[in-house]
Every structure is written in structure tokens, then in C-alpha cells.
Design a protein around this ligand. Structure first.
Ligand code: TRP
Ligand code: ZN
Length: 878
């Protein structure tokens, strides 16, 4: 095939024409939809001057084209590939475009499509061009009004952005609604919904006293699962007022839940569209993790109203301008709603397992990429999560007040504009008279920096010398890296675990007991004075920068930090480092054919955690969670699939054998007596109890299986039910099938719960799992066109089942490649994401490497490859 075009940031040109207003008329039918667009255009004073008008458009039939009321002749315009070009365009004029599209045949779920019999849209990033010809780029912001006409019985609810200004009957069973959005917006924020939906209504009074109507739309049968989403929305609205001074700006805010959705949710102005997974929840059907996910995604989309919608991106290279910043905001929101320490550790864990791997692979790119083939491939952990870390570093460097000053200036300066990440950083710098010149490299340079720390204590001079050095490994297209500006939050702990007063050489007096050191050079030395005792340094507190830290800790230092560090992240990290050391040495033993040795110090440490009733149970559960197999794989030069699995399970079982009674006691102590509650204490107790269960089950003893079975049977909530079922389904026991069948029988009507059932089976580390996955693809509840189902079954197998996917036979690879090829034709975005499971192929042993490479090559040779899949496959092989 001919390679699709690459788009470069350096080629950016402002739009030649701007759109002042856009009026859209939709006529929805059972086989098609007719769209009439009227664009009031004018020359962009900041553009290149008069010339042809180029509009984007894909997969549609042009049925009418008029300029200022006059039908255009065939020679006055040209349609080539995905554009419509008017050769002569006056400095201003009204263009009227009629197109016919086929939402019923749209399986890509981009543009206007049908889900569960309802119409809905997804326009980010470039879906609007499947609805009408238009300058489909974020720096063209227009005032939209939208009229929708449809059959009233089938589609009683007709929604779009902004305010409803008119609605009525039309005869022959049809009706209409007219919506107007007063805020100019880019086309990617357009939304339309037409369907048979039930509404939950509430109101929110803003701090200036305006009343906002809140409407959440779901299928009738799901009305009992909306309460948590509505509560989360009101909390988010209040939080943005309090923390950032941001008020909502329309009189109505609507959320619609749909079952078929490529991502989590979408922030369309005034009309957010959500994957139903991030709206619907009640205790019986949703886990504590699901409830947290809903709160954070509802917050995320709501926060986009200011960081994304009021101020949007100039071009898609600036995606992190809205996504990194909004992830940062949703993380802060969740931290304020629950335990800050727990949330931070969860975020770091996610970053390390997803983003670090991305940064080390063939698709590595800077937070602000320089080129892409398909923008949909750049909705990545780097743009989102690393982007959020970059914002967090700015906060760490400026302090809370300085950061708020910078945000205020950013909003004041750029409201209503489409801007760049440079504009954001400049506002932060200007508001604080700070210099972020070097810091900007975080946006331009890909790769995870490695920071090394070593130190000496000089008893005679009572000084402590800390040397920090940094190095960023090469990434594709960026062989050489410059030093970054890295904030390293730190403290020095005395032997009792207290923070010591900090005084750097040259300072008059000690100031404070914790600091942020600014590492700017390749290597820098910091000398602390007046220290009467040798300290243990607590470094990278709160994970103050997205780096890999190699610190010269001894085993005793780690035990000490795990027991004493007042910084929760560092405390947790010390435990992780101990576990990682034990597992890595287990892997070496396994490779050498030796018996694995158990590190008794770890059992002591874990024993102390389990009996410490001062500890927040949610934090204790995190301390007990072993590093994931994915993160461990990332730490090895050559991934050892079996070694990782064996050594990690050996550690789990070794701990369980030595501490069985302590785990059992913790299990019982944290069993819920009262009714189900979502308060953090109760959530934490469930997490700790289920962590204990996972250790106990590793003993493979019949009475432990009974324990899990009993929990499964008695559970009144999905958290406990899933935790027990997961344990039962991931071990070969006589009750395994029985439990899975029981779960299916109970939940066969609930699509979201069945996703869990598919995922649990797809991630079983058991022989024969691939056959089970193949059979499940034939199950009546499985639908290849539904992204949630694909993620639950195929995605979980490819990314959540290392021993299954990487089975030495190569069958796992061939199976996933078949699915990528099949999905390429149906839904390229989903196909490309699934293909990402092969990205780390070069890091495996020669046999597996060859097997994965062969599948990638087979995919690349597939005819009619989408740009999405082409980009991932070709860059992976490059
Ligand atoms: N802007 C959305 C968010 O992060 C992301 C999104 C939703 C998206 N649906 C999409 C991106 C489809 C690409 C394609 O909140
Ligand atoms: Zn977002």
C-alpha cells in the first residue's frame, strides 16, 4: 500500500478563512441522515490572504452546494480524497452544503453513528468531517445552532450543545428541536443525540447564584444506577469553583450514556457523551474501583469546560494543553475527595506501567509530538498522564499559590482562544516572574529520564553530600537528549525517622525539614551541613518528577524507609523496591535452574504492615500489592515471561506460607459487618481484605478455596464478589467453572457486569486460556462491534495476560493479530490500540521476538489498512 501522509507541527499555518456562525439542520431517517450546513465565512486577518477555501469531508454524498444563494457549477469546486476545494472564495460569504450520510453503517464510531438504536456523535479529533464538509480543525471556532428532526416515537429525546430554544411537532409522527450554543467552539466539540432515553434531573447553584439544570440521560432500565454520577458531577462543579475559581457558564449541563464508545467519555460543550461504563453504578453491579473511575471521569469531562472548551488547542500537536492539564485537575479533584496519598500512589503505578513502557518503545513521543500519521494514535499515556506530571512539576516548582496565579492569568489571557502549550507555560512564567526556558524541554523531549542518587555522610564535618545525575535514553528520531529541569522533593531522616532541619552549605540557618532541589545539570552536588547524625535521604517525595530513580539504598535503608518515612509515596516505594529486588533475584535463580530463595526480611516487613492498626487500610492494601508483571517486564533488558510469573508467585506464596495466620486475622478483621458503604474507610477495608485473600489463595489449600467461595456467595456488593470470583477463576479448582457459570446466570442481562466476566476469564494465568477466549468470542453476549467487549475479552488477554499472550507457541500472537486485522475494517481506532500490545516485541527473547515480528509484518501486508493500524505497525517494525 502507499504510505499515508505524515502531518508535521512545523507545517502549521493559520486557517485562511474563519467561520463566524454555523447552522446545522439534521433530518434523521432509518437508512440515512441528511445534513444541511450553512457557514458564514470571512477571511482570517491573521491568515495567508485570499485564496481557495479547503474543507475536510469523508464518507459522504454531496447533494447541494450554494454560495450566497447561488448553486455552484461543477468547475467551481473540486472534491479530491478527503477535501472539497472552492477555487474562488470572496472575503466573506455564506456557504450552504447539503450532504447525505449513513450513520447506521458507521462501525468506526466516529462522526454520527447509532448505538443501541439511538443516534449519537463523536467528533474528536476529526470526526466532524464525516458529518459535513467543514474546516475541521480546532483553531476555527464558530457559534453553532443545530436543528434536529426525527421520528418522535423512536427518538423522543433530541439534544445538542447549548440551550434549547425551540421544539415542536411536525406531523406524520416527526418532531424537531433547535439548540443554540452561545460560545464559539471548534467542530470537535459538536454533539448530537437523538433517542429513546430516560432522564435524571437535578440542579446546581453556582457560587454567583445562577441555577444550572443537570440532566443525565440513560436507558430506562438503568435509572437506578445514576445517583453516583450525579453526585460526582455536583462535587466536581463545586470543586472547580473552590480550587480554581471556575464557574459553569451555561444554564444546562447534559450527560448521555451510550454503550458503544471508543474511549471513556467526551467533553462536548454542554452535552458530554459518556461510555456507559463511566456513568452507571450501584453497589451490586459496580466495584469500588468503578465508583472511583466514574467520579474521576465525570470530573475530567466537566473540568474540560474551562481547560479544553473555553480555552482550546490551536492544533492537535497541542493535545496535552487540554488533556495533561485536565488529567492533572481530575487527579487533584479525586485526591481532595478521598485519600491524597492513596490516589497519588495509584496514579504513579498507572504511569509506570503504561507510560514508562510507551516511552521505552517504538511509539515513544514527546508530550507535544512533532509529527503524526493518525491523530487518534496520540491519545496516549504520554500526552495524558505524563502531560499531567509535567503540570504537577510546575505546581511543585511554583508552590500552590504561584500555580494558582499562573492558572488565573492563563484563563484571563486566553479565554475564547485556541492556543499552544507554550502559551500555557508562558502564562505560568509571567504570573510568577519565573524562568521556564529549560523546563519547556519536558514538552519536546521523549523518553523517561534516569536519575541516579548517591551520597556520603562525613561524621567529622557533620555534612551530608548528595550527588544527583540525570540521563535520558535515546528514543526514535531523538538520539541525543539535553538535561531537563527536574524538581526533586526530598528530606533527610534521622535514625528515629524524623525529618531533620535542612541547611545547605552557604545558607545562614536551617530552613524547613523538606525541600525541592532543582536538578538542571547532567550532574549536581548538594551539600547539607550541621547534621549531627547520619541521615537516610527520602528522595523524589510524592514522586515529584516522572523519572526512574536509581538511589543507592541498602536493604536496611529500605526496611527503615518502609517503616518510617513520613512521605507516603516514599514509604510505599521502599516496599516496592524490596519486592522488586526479591523478584529480580528469583528470576535469576529460575533462569539458572536453581531453587528460588526467600528473603525473610520481607516477611517481617509485611507482617508488621498487617498488624499495624494505625495504618489507613487502603494504604496498607497498596503496600501489599506486588509490582505488576508489566512493570517488572519493563525493568528487565530481556523480558523473561515465565521467570517473572514464577518469581512473583513464589514471593506471594512464600509470604502467605510464613504469615498465614496474620493474613487470616487481617482478612477477618476487615470483613464488613454493617451495610455496604462507599466511605473511604469501608473501601479501604475491602481492599485490604481482598489483598489478604489473594495471598491466602496462593496457598492452594481447600479451606482457602472455601473462604473465597463463601465470600463470593455471601457478597452483597460487586467489589467483594469480583475479588472472590477472580481468585476462583484464576486457579484450577473444582469450583472454578461452577462459580463462573453462576456469575453469568446471575448477570446475563447486564452488559457492563458481563464485561467483567469476560475480562476475568481472559486474564486467567492457566493453560488452555486461549481456547477459552476463542470460545467466548462465539458467546452470544460477545459483540465484536462493541469496544467495551473487545477491550474486556481481547484487550484483557493481550495486555492483562502475559503468560497467555506470550505463550511460547506464538498462538496468542496469531490470535490477537487476527483480531487486529478483522477490527481494522470495522473500527480502526480500536484495532490500532489492540495492536499496541506488540509494541515491546524487541525486548523479548529471540523466539518470541521472531514470532511477534512475523505477525506485525503480516498485519502490515494486509490490504486496505487504515492509517491508524498502518502507523502503529510500521513504526513498531521500523
Ligand atoms: N477528549 C476525550 C477525553 O479525554 C477523549 C476522547 C473521547 C476521544 N472520545 C474520543 C479521543 C475519541 C479520540 C477519539 O476526555
Ligand atoms: Zn480529556
Amino acid at each position: 500500500m502507499s504510505a499515508p501522509n505524515t502531518i508535521f507541527l512545523k507545517d502549521y499555518q493559520p486557517p485562511r478563512y474563519l467561520v463566524e456562525t454555523l447552522r446545522l439542520d439534521f433530518d434523521l431517517h432509518e437508512t440515512h441522515a441528511d445534513v444541511r450546513a450553512r457557514l458564514v465565512l470571512r477571511l482570517n486577518p491573521q491568515g495567508q490572504g485570499p485564496g481557495p477555501l479547503v474543507l475536510n469531508g469523508q464518507d459522504m454524498e454531496l447533494r447541494g452546494l450554494r454560495l450566497d444563494g447561488r448553486a455552484l457549477n461543477a468547475h467551481e469546486y473540486a472534491i479530491t480524497g478527503d477535501t472539497l476545494t472552492l477555487s474562488e472564495m470572496p472575503e466573506s460569504g455564506e456557504l450552504e452544503i447539503e450532504t447525505r450520510i449513513r450513520p447506521q453503517e458507521n462501525t468506526a464510531l466516529e462522526g454520527l453513528y447509532q448505538s443501541g438504536g439511538n443516534f449519537c456523535t463523536q467528533c474528536e479529533a476529526e470526526g466532524f468531517r464525516r458529518i459535513s464538509y467543514y474546516p475541521d480543525r480546532p483553531d476555527v471556532m464558530a457559534r453553532f445552532s443545530t436543528r434536529i428532526e426525527a421520528d418522535k416515537a423512536r427518538y423522543p429525546v433530541l439534544l445538542s450543545n447549548g440551550n434549547l430554544v425551540e421544539a415542536g411537532e411536525l406531523g406524520n409522527g416527526r418532531h424537531f428541536a433547535l439548540w443554540e450554543d452561545p460560545f464559539p467552539k471548534p467542530s470537535y466539540l459538536f454533539a448530537l443525540v437523538a433517542g429513546n432515553l430516560a432522564q435524571v434531573a437535578d440542579t446546581f447553584t453556582t457560587r454567583s447564584g445562577r441555577e444550572v439544570a443537570l440532566h443525565i440521560y440513560v436507558q430506562q432500565k438503568n435509572l437506578d444506577k445514576v445517583e453516583h454520577a450525579m453526585r460526582s458531577l455536583k462535587l466536581a462543579m463545586r470543586w472547580d469553583e473552590e480550587r480554581f475559581g471556575r464557574e459553569y457558564d451555561l444554564d444546562i449541563f447534559q450527560i448521555v450514556a451510550v454503550d458503544d464508545f471508543n474511549m471513556g467519555a467526551m467533553e462536548n460543550k454542554g452535552l458530554n457523551i459518556f461510555n456507559s461504563k463511566y456513568v452507571l453504578a450501584k453497589a451490586e453491579t459496580a466495584t469500588d474501583g468503578d465508583f472511583e473511575g466514574i467520579e474521576s471521569v465525570i470530573g475530567h469531562e466537566y473540568f474540560h469546560n474551562w481547560t479544553g472548551n473555553r480555552i482550546t488547542c490551536r492544533d492537535w500537536f497541542q493535545l496535552s494543553l487540554k488533556e495533561g492539564l485536565t488529567v492533572f485537575r481530575d487527579q487533584e479533584f479525586s485526591a481532595d475527595m478521598g485519600s491524597r496519598a492513596v490516589r497519588r500512589i495509584q496514579d504513579v503505578r498507572a504511569l509506570r506501567s503504561m507510560q514508562f513502557a510507551e516511552d521505552a518503545g517504538p511509539m515513544a513521543h514527546p508530550v507535544r509530538p512533532e509529527s503524526y500519521i493518525e491523530i487518534n494514535n496520540f491519545y496516549t499515556a504520554t500526552v495524558y498522564e505524563k502531560g499531567a506530571e509535567v503540570i504537577r512539576m510546575i505546581l511543585t516548582l511554583l508552590g500552590r499559590e504561584g500555580f494558582r496565579r499562573g492558572m488565573d492569568l492563563y484563563f484571563a489571557r486566553h479565554d475564547g482562544q485556541a492556543v499552544t502549550t507554550d502559551d500555557f507555560v508562558t502564562a505560568m512564567a509571567d504570573a510568577n516572574e519565573a524562568d521556564f526556558g529549560q523546563f519547556q524541554r519536558w514538552y519536546r523531549q521523549a523518553g523517561t529520564p534516569e536519575v541516579s542518587a548517591n551520597w556520603q555522610y562525613d561524621a567529622e564535618n557533620r555534612t551530608f553530600t548528595l550527588t544527583l545525575s540525570q540521563r535520558t535514553p535515546a528514543t526514535p528520531g531523538q538520539p541525543d537528549k539535553l538535561p531537563l529541569h527536574i524538581p526533586i522533593a526530598m528530606a533527610l531522616l534521622d535514625p528515629s525517622g524524623r525529618e531533620m532541619p535542612l541547611q545547605l552549605e552557604g545558607e545562614e540557618t536551617p530552613a524547613g525539614t523538606s525541600r525541592v532541589l532543582e536538578l538542571r545539570e547532567a550532574a549536581q552536588t548538594f551539600r547539607f551541613v550541621n547534621l549531627a547524625q547520619p541521615p537516610v535521604p527520602s528522595l523524589l517525595r510524592g514522586f515529584s518528577a516522572p523519572v526512574r530513580l536509581a538511589a543507592e539504598y541498602t536493604d536496611q535503608d529500605l526496611v527503615f524507609l518502609l517503616a518510617h518515612d513520613p512521605d507516603a509515596f516514599c514509604r510505599w516505594e521502599a516496599g516496592q523496591q524490596m519486592a522488586i529486588k526479591a523478584i529480580l533475584s528469583g528470576i535469576q535463580d529460575f533462569r539458572a535452574g536453581r531453587r528460588l530463595a526467600f528473603n525473610e526480611a520481607l516477611a517481617d516487613a509485611v507482617g508488621r504492615i498487617l498488624v499495624d492498626d494505625e495504618l489507613d487500610p487502603a494504604f496498607a492494601a497498596l503496600l501489599l500489592a506486588l509490582p505488576s508483571e508489566t512493570y517488572l517486564a519493563d525493568l528487565l533488558d530481556v523480558v523473561d515471561v515465565e521467570g517473572i510469573h514464577v518469581a512473583r508467585e513464589f514471593l506471594r506464596q512464600g509470604l502467605a506460607m510464613r504469615l498465614k495466620d496474620v493474613f487470616l486475622a487481617a482478612y477477618r478483621r476487615n470483613s464488613d459487618q454493617g451495610p455496604y458503604s462507599l466511605d473511604p474507610e469501608a473501601v479501604g477495608r475491602r481492599a485490604l481484605r481482598n489483598a489478604a485473600l489473594s495471598y491466602l489463595m496462593s496457598l492452594e489449600e481447600p479451606d482457602m478455596t472455601d473462604l473465597a467461595l463463601g465470600q463470593y456467595q455471601r457478597a452483597d456488593n460487586m467489589t467483594d464478589s469480583m475479588a472472590a470470583l477472580g481468585q476462583l477463576a484464576h486457579r484450577d479448582s473444582p469450583v472454578r467453572r461452577e462459580a463462573l457459570d453462576d456469575f453469568y446466570a446471575r448477570w446475563r442481562e447486564d452488559a457492563l457486569v458481563l464485561d467483567k466476566w469476560f475480562a476475568i476469564q481472559a486474564t486467567a494465568p492457566l493453560p488452555g486460556v486461549l481456547d477459552e477466549v476463542r470460545q467466548l468470542m462465539q458467546h452470544p453476549a460477545f459483540e465484536i462491534r462493541n469496544p467495551n467487549k473487545v477491550r474486556a475479552l481481547i484487550g484483557s488477554f493481550a495486555r492483562g495476560n502475559p503468560t497467555g499472550f506470550h505463550d511460547a507457541s506464538g498462538e496468542g500472537y496469531a490470535f490477537v493479530a487476527d483480531q487486529v486485522i478483522h477490527l481494522n475494517a470495522l473500527n480502526p481506532q480500536i484495532a490500532a490500540r489492540l495492536l499496541g500490545a506488540f509494541n515491546a516485541w524487541r525486548r523479548y527473547d529471540p523466539q518470541r521476538r521472531a514470532l511477534m515480528q512475523a505477525q506485525l509484518e503480516r498485519i502490515l501486508q494486509t490490504p486496505a489498512l487504515s492509517p491508524d493500524v498502518y502507523e502503529v505497525a510500521s513504526k513498531s517494525l521500523a
